[in-house]
Write a protein that binds this ligand. Sequence first.
Ligand SMILES: C[S@@+](CC[C@H](N)C(=O)[O-])C[C@H]1O[C@@H](n2cnc3c(N)ncnc32)[C@H](O)[C@@H]1O
Ligand SMILES: [Zn+2]
Length: 360
Amino acid sequence: MKNHLLDYLICPTCAAPFDLKVDCLDGSEIMEGTLRCATCHKDYPIVRGVPRILKPDISAEQRATADAFGYEWTHFSQLENTYESEFLDWIKPIGKDFFPGKVILDAGCGKGRHAGLAAEFGAAEVIGVDISNAVDAAFANTRRVFNIHIIQADIYDLPLKASFDYAYTIGVLHHLPDPKSGFLSLIQHLKDGGRVSAWVYGAEGNRWITHLVSPIRTLVTSRVPRGLTKALALCVAIPLQLALRLLYRPVNDRLPMLKKFLFYNDYLYSISGFSFRENYSTVFDHLVAPTAFYIYRDEFTSWFAEGGLTDWNISWRNSNSWRGTGIVRGNSARAIKERTATRLLSGDQDSSKQKEANAR
Ligand SMILES: C[S@@+](CC[C@H](N)C(=O)[O-])C[C@H]1O[C@@H](n2cnc3c(N)ncnc32)[C@H](O)[C@@H]1O
Ligand SMILES: [Zn+2]
């Protein structure tokens, strides 16, 4: 953890600032230490360079999700050249020119592949947050970059001020127990006029997955030992890679009139230039997640409406997913905070008020 991350952090329980105790430094990186809330005195450890700011009451479902993705990203921690164009496609129509000088939140950062790109594009600061041990891979992949910070935290309870110009969340919300409330929680951390981008699996175009793959995933492959799921993913990834290289790529490039006969073509062609390891990790990703929602356009759009966002742009990607971006306006952000405060009032009156005040 770099010292200046403290400027952005608040206690997830009462929104007060933290006091920092350093136990071990490596250059300017705080490797071990403690963050203590100045008001409620709860302690959160800094372990292997990463602040771990998780409340103890995370649900069993979220723990299972964290366990699955912690395994995935620490076993597939490589960085690939194809990530830049894929990232820009996920956040389209936002381009590289949007990043310079911005304070950016990567919500559900996984192994940190996009945090690194955001910094390369000129962001002022990038904070990557993930609930899982993927943060260890993200930290290893980004620790040499002075303006990237990695935190282990829950998107529903981010220990962060409303200080971001831009937040993106790629492939994360559909793995939450309640995707819409994750989205609404995330946008509370944007400044007035801040922008959000989200990408989720579509319900449209994925009926074969929801009918065939999802039952196998929920009943078997997310539950068996990870090594077995990895072996199964390998058995799928080998023929898949052969089909991508020997069929999908040549047909789309040289005989495009035939591509309409290929199954799931838009998506499979989009990954046909990726390395074997990358596609292997994507297959594993689709088998390991305990929770995955497939979201209809209307539902996705309703999140932007309910969040009071303006200037939305929602688009269909690779005929199987939705990406959207919009701007948070002061009133809407405040309205959400008020709703959240009301929800919290019964259990935690003082802390919700304090959180609201701090976010303003
Ligand atoms: C499919 S991965 C995508 C990772 C990254 N965005 C990327 O594209 O490389 C989903 C990530 O969301 C994280 N995640 C799931 N639930 C979360 C939560 N409640 N708070 C923060 N991160 C969460 C997982 O740990 C996982 O790393
Ligand atoms: Zn506190």
